[in-house]
Design a protein around this ligand. Structure first.
Ligand code: 13P
Length: 255
């Protein structure tokens, strides 16, 4: 089965609302009507609504970078799934390694967020990945298995088909050190195997598994050509229209 490639930009804590609108406009002009690749951009919360207006009517979809699992309440500083849905957000990055390491997010918390996102018809982009120490200790697959299985606890078969998983080796994020195609493909195939075990072959073949970690136009074609690499979750190279568009074109060339 052929899965449509998905290129997602994680803008992290970058860009004011005005800067975000300007980048989104450039992206709409360049790739807003290209159907070969699914494109999702994830600006900071403060820019979501303004960017939603810019991408409206184009094929570019909107994602958030995090959310709380409750729908509303006394959770100062947090944002919920219904709030994101109300401004036309369709995707949400959950369990990013920066959330896990800098903000103490556990698998249990990430799982609550995944379930809440799915309940509210938001598509989770569940991030998993090992640290350098874990890779060197030979525990990459164990770490990825735990994060994937715990993160997806209680997710039904029906819900699973809308999931996106992102494999982001922590040592490759923002470091310029990209995983080799063999390293990445091995983990991607392993994740698909886990999805097959829990949800069956038909569903696991539908789920997009993205690679993230220093993906750039120069290394993307080789990574994206791997059997189980269905796209990218891009940090640094998504902050500029030119490099992000090149990545989308690299994915389209393979699709
Ligand atoms: P970089 O592409 O900057 O390495 O970031 C990857 C990432 O963390 C995307 O979520």
């Amino acid at each position: 089965m052929t899965r449509k490639k998905l290129i997602a930009g994680n803008w992290k804590m970058n860009k004011t609302s005005a800067d975000a609108v300007s980048l989104a406009r450039d992206l709409v002009a360049a790739v807003g009507t290209a159907p070969e690749v699914e494109v999702v951009i994830c600006p900071p919360f403060t820019a979501l609504e303004a960017v939603a207006k810019v991408v409206d009517g184009s094929l570019i979809k909107l994602g958030a970078q995090n959310m709380h699992y409750e729908a509303s309440g006394a959770f100062t500083g947090e944002v919920s799934a219904p709030m994101l849905r109300a401004i036309f957000t369709t995707h949400v990055i959950l369990g990013h390694s920066e959330r896990r390491t800098l903000f103490g997010e556990t698998d249990e918390l990430v799982n609550k967020k995944v379930l809440s996102a799915l309940k509210n018809q938001l598509k989770p982009i569940l991030c998993v990945g090992e640290s350098l120490a874990e890779r060197e200790a030979g525990s990459t697959l164990k770490v990825v298995q735990t994060q994937t299985e715990r993160g997806l606890e209680g997710v039904s078969k029906e819900q699973a088909s809308t999931l996106v998983v992102a494999y982001e080796p922590v040592w490759a994020i923002g470091t310029g050190k990209v995983a080799t195609t063999e390293q990445a493909q091995e983990v991607h195939a392993f994740i698909r195997g886990l999805l097959t075990k829990h949800y069956g072959e038909a569903i696991s073949q539908k789920v997009r598994i993205l690679y993230g970690g220093s993906m750039k136009p120069a290394n993307a074609p080789e990574l994206l050509a791997q059997k189980d690499i269905d796209g990218g979750l891009i940090g640094g190279a998504s902050l500029e229209a030119r490099s992000f568009v090149e990545l989308i074109k690299a994915a389209a060339a393979i699709a």
